[in-house]
Design a protein around this ligand. Sequence first.
Ligand code: HEM
Length: 147
Amino acid sequence: MAWYKRQRRFFAPVVAWSLTAGCAQGAMPDDQMLAPYGGYDGLSRITATFVERVQKHPRIGRFFQDADGERLSAMLSDQFCDLLGAGCKYSGKKMLDVHRGLSIGTADFNALVEALQEALDAAGVPVAQQNRLLARLAPMHRDVVQR
Ligand code: HEM
C-alpha cells in the first residue's frame, strides 16, 4: 500500500489517460471542443442513451429491431464528433446507402431528431450547442428520407 501511495502521482494520470476513449478509427478526439457534451466519453454515453430511446420508440422502434446497437452508437459518436470538427473521422457507411430502401418518412426523421434532443437535454447539453449539432444533421434529411 505504501508503495502504491508513493507511485500514485505517477499512476493516476496514466490510468485516467487509458480510460479516455478514442474515435472508432483510432484518432484521438478533442475533448476540449467536446466539453459541452462531457468530452468524447460523454458524447458516447449520449449516443448510447439515444440508441436505447430510438430502439424503444413507439413510432420508429421497428426500424431498429435488428440493429446492432453497439455499432450504431459507436458510429454515431464518431459522426457527431466529426460533424463538430472535434477530431474523429466518420468511418461508417454512407448515409444514402444505409438508409436506402428503409422507406423512412419525414415524421420518422422528426421523431428521431426529437429523441436525440431528449438525450441531449437529459445530459444537460446547452441548447445553443444542441442547435450546432442539429444544424449539421439537418442536410442529411435528403439522404435519409425517401418517401
Ligand atoms: C440525421 C439523421 C440520421 C443520422 C445522422 C443517421 C446516422 C446513422 C448512422 C451513422 C448509422 C450507422 C451506419 C453504419 O453502420 O455504418 C445509421 C444506421 C441506421 N439508421 Fe440512421 N441516421 C439518421 C436517421 C435515421 C432515421 C430517421 C431512421 C429511421 C427512423 C434511421 C434508421 C437507421 C437504421 C435502421 C440503421 C441500421 C442499423 C443497423 O442495421 O445496425 N436513421 N444511421
